[in-house]
Unconditional design. Sequence first.
Length: 193
Amino acid sequence: MSKTVKEVISANAAYVANFGDKGELPMPPGRKFAILTCMDARLDPAKYAGLSEGDAHVIRNAGGRASDDAIRSLVISYKLLGTREWFVIHHTDCGMETFTNEIMGDLLSRSLKSASIDASGWHDSNAGGGTTDGKYINWLTISDNAKSVVEDVQRIRSSPMVPSDIPIYGYIYDCKTGKLMEVPEATTAGKAS
């Protein structure tokens, strides 16, 4: 058993010991909203949005992008579990700003080992055993953070599965200060009608 597995199991035992009545929480989120945000380990949506267990749905992926699966989750959140407001929250210093579809495709074609980055860009071990499959995926990279928030809000808003009366707000989390900064153009695009 790895050190990480031992740490997770130990932390879970402590959590279980203080679980209390959380087993009685209802399935629908109590505060009736959802957040789509990045998987970056520096982001703690519970803390930056003041959440407790049972308050809101938090959907995370690389970049906090409005992928088909993210939209699927938001639609389930609304249709089956009653959320009434959604937030799209990207962040500063996002790793999705450090590469393009082409770079990722090239790195994967060289090897499946972890790549590294320095001032001159991404580098691969070239250990072999790569695949060209990565060249056929849209990795939803980010070249302009505010623009990507607007695009994601617009993509969600334009989905025929998303009711027009759900407001969608756009924000960028500042990794240096913890502050949520509104992207007004995104919030305008996500305005409920």
